[in-house]
Ligand binder design. Sequence first.
Ligand SMILES: [Zn+2]
Length: 217
Amino acid sequence: MAGFRTHITVSSFCGIAYGGVAVQPLGFSTEAGLLAAGVTAVGGMLPDLDSDSGVPVREMFGLAAVLVPLLLVRRLMHAGMSTEGVLAALLFAYAFIRYGVANVFKKFTVHRGMYHSIPAMLISGLCVYLAYHSPDRSIRVLLACGVMIGFLSHLLLDEIYSVDWRGAKPKLKASAGSAFKFGSSSLFATAMCYAILGGLLYLAYLDLKASGADVGF
Ligand SMILES: [Zn+2]
């Protein structure tokens, strides 16, 4: 399989291209283009969150431990919490995500399980779409597509690396087909994955309906 460095390099290049296309010809602001590029690069790391000891796992939980509490600051301030209270909440949230959530995560995932799959890619896109609040829906779609492009680049790379190119005839390694898939051998993991996907699709549908947009289906 492709290493962390290969994944992040390829997804970063995808991100730069995607961010560029978003600005010109799609007409998004430069800031939105930069954000889309960053989200695409991060998307390329996501599938390997299931490996137990890799750099991406530590990086991603480190990033999440900082970003998630930061996103909550406005909400906590709005709820009338004091500055000390907000700071304490940030510290606890950091420790909770960095050590608590990360450990639970390690226990329940299998490497090359459902994290390397098409439904997981769709879940990552829907999560970004639902989590990012903006009055401009097109930016939410832009970022959701970005994370999915990064994710897809990871799955494709893993598949490319599972072909043994040495010798006259390329051969498939045992890991072939374990990245670009729709279900895994674990029925429970597959069912959970589709249940989450279904739930998120429903939330996205509610979100569309609530905003009064014309839904064409
Ligand atoms: Zn991988």
